[in-house]
Design a protein. Structure first.
Length: 430
């Protein structure tokens, strides 16, 4: 199929209408495909041809919203999406993210994003993470001026707590917010009233908790717990797809944290990191990659006061998560057992209603009291097809009620004071 034919594929019937911005200026497709995995060493990397196939399968299945960020793969994700979507640009919504920075730096990075995305307008431009030492006013004013010129259609904030959102609101209109949200991570619910009051639409990222909330993960947890394969798998992961661990672990990871905003964009030069490089800064999604820790290195955040440490030597963490994900709070020592149990319980409950765990997890995020839309990730064609299939019709309300209960109980067991699922402190202003 040509790209035009792919783009002509109708969206599947699903229960969530497009997300309409408050001023009525724009409709955003409620489901987006995330581009973090495209070239970023936080994730065990799929082959290039599989990334292209994933994007084409998404189009074939009606996905019209693609999410990326300048730091994903040091610009590689933006570049890939730019290449694949350029011919059907006006039929898709493209969202990207930039770290806040002093205006001249920010403008330079924005220009690079336009170049890599091969477009003269960006549908949603998010500030990726708060950065306390940066004055947001000139950035937001600049984005407003870009909006007036039709170069940016919506302004978004990602991972911003309400007090930081307010700092931005005094300089311009904020249309959308993107935050991590799923059955295992419900902290963003505390800001629901704030976002509704300010008519800011919300998109959930990592609705599958980066792959933990899937039927496949249930078996993987059982195997890892039963055979101790988790520990052995760590060595395997480092040897094969373990670039994330190598690039971001320990002290090297701490350097990469600052690189997420600075080095990644500045080093981009012509706009794109070297195609073959799996090394490099590999900053991953914001500071998240930093938290991955090398194999058995523990989480750097622990020293900074964030509760919990990475589970010892990855024991019990399924090998499929032995990339940057092993630093997630769900895998921390003292939490891992609860995570395994919760995933099993959620899976069993979903099964009683004839649903897969991923279907239940996705629909949980967009239930009426949840978020307006979501951005999922997929490493291959079959995953994106399964996700879009899961979204075609919602599970019964009774299932949502039951998994809500399990999820609440689990959530109450997460260490107090954890700000985000990566376990780092966003207050550090990275
Ligand atoms: N703003 C931010 O700070 C931020 C942070 C995180 C993410 N995001 C955005 O949100 C997007 C989505 O995040 P995410 O990748 O964490 O989302 P996710 O949907 O929670 O996780 C995606 C992972 O789930 C697994 N998966 C997906 N479909 C599956 C299926 N049908 N069966 C089994 N496993 C399946 C795969 O794991 P395996 O790889 O193990 O197969 C896949 O890589 C990112 O790409 C990015 O665009 C933004």
């Amino acid at each position: 199929m040509t790209l035009d034919e792919l783009a002509a594929c109708p969206p599947p019937a699903h229960p969530s209408p497009p997300v309409q911005l408050d001023d009525g200026a724009m409709d955003i497709p409620a489901f987006g495909l995330g581009g973090w995995i495209f070239g970023d060493t936080y994730w065990n990397q799929p082959e290039h041809k599989d990334m292209v196939r994933t994007i084409h399968a998404a189009l074939r299945n009606g996905v019209r919203h693609f999410d990326t960020a300048s730091i994903y793969g040091n610009g590689r994700s933006e570049q890939l999406l730019g290449q694949q979507l350029r011919k059907i640009r006006n039929q898709v919504c493209i969202a990207t993210k930039l770290m806040p920075a002093p205006l001249p730096v920010f403008r330079r990075r924005l220009k690079l994003s336009f170049q890599r995305l091969m477009t003269d307008y960006i549908d949603i431009l998010y500030l990726h993470w708060p950065k306390l030492e940066v004055d947001y006013a000139p950035i937001i004013e600049h984005l407003e001026s870009e909006r007036k010129q039709g170069r940016i259609r919506a302004i978004g904030l990602s991972n911003f707590p309400p007090e930081e959102v307010k700092r931005c609101l005094s300089s311009g209109r904020i249309d959308v917010a993107q935050d991590g949200y799923n059955l295992l991570w419900r902290i963003p619910e505390r800001d629901t009233a704030f976002y509704r009051e300010h008519k800011i639409r919300r998109f959930a990222y990592s609705p599958l908790a980066q792959g933990i909330l899937t039927d496949e993960a249930v078996g993987a947890f059982e195997t890892a717990a039963g055979t101790g394969v988790g520990g052995a798998g760590a060595a395997g992961a480092a040897g094969t797809g373990g670039a994330a661990g190598a690039d971001t672990g320990g002290a090297a990871g701490a350097a990469a944290a600052d690189a997420d905003g600075t080095r990644a964009a500045d080093a981009a030069g012509a706009g794109v990191a070297g195609a073959g490089g799996t090394g490099g800064a590999g900053a991953g999604d914001g500071v998240a990659a930093t938290n991955a820790g090398g194999a058995g290195a523990g989480a750097p955040e622990t020293a900074a006061g964030t509760p919990g440490t990475a589970a010892t030597a990855n024991a019990g963490i399924p090998p499929r998560f032995h990339d940057g994900r092993k630093g997630l709070v769900f895998f921390r020592e003292g939490t891992l057992d609860y995570t395994r149990q919760a995933v099993q319980d959620l899976h069993k409950t979903a099964g009683e209603f004839g649903s897969s765990l991923e279907k239940a997890a996705l629909h949980f995020c967009i239930r009426p009291e949840g978020f307006d839309g979501l951005v999922t990730g997929a490493r291959n064609r079959s995953q994106v097809e399964a996700v879009m299939q899961a979204l075609t019709c919602g599970p019964p309300p009774e299932l949502i009620r039951r998994i809500d209960e399990i999820s609440r109980e689990y959530h109450g067991r997460l260490p107090a004071g954890t700000n985000n699922m990566f376990g780092h402190s966003r207050r550090k202003g990275r």
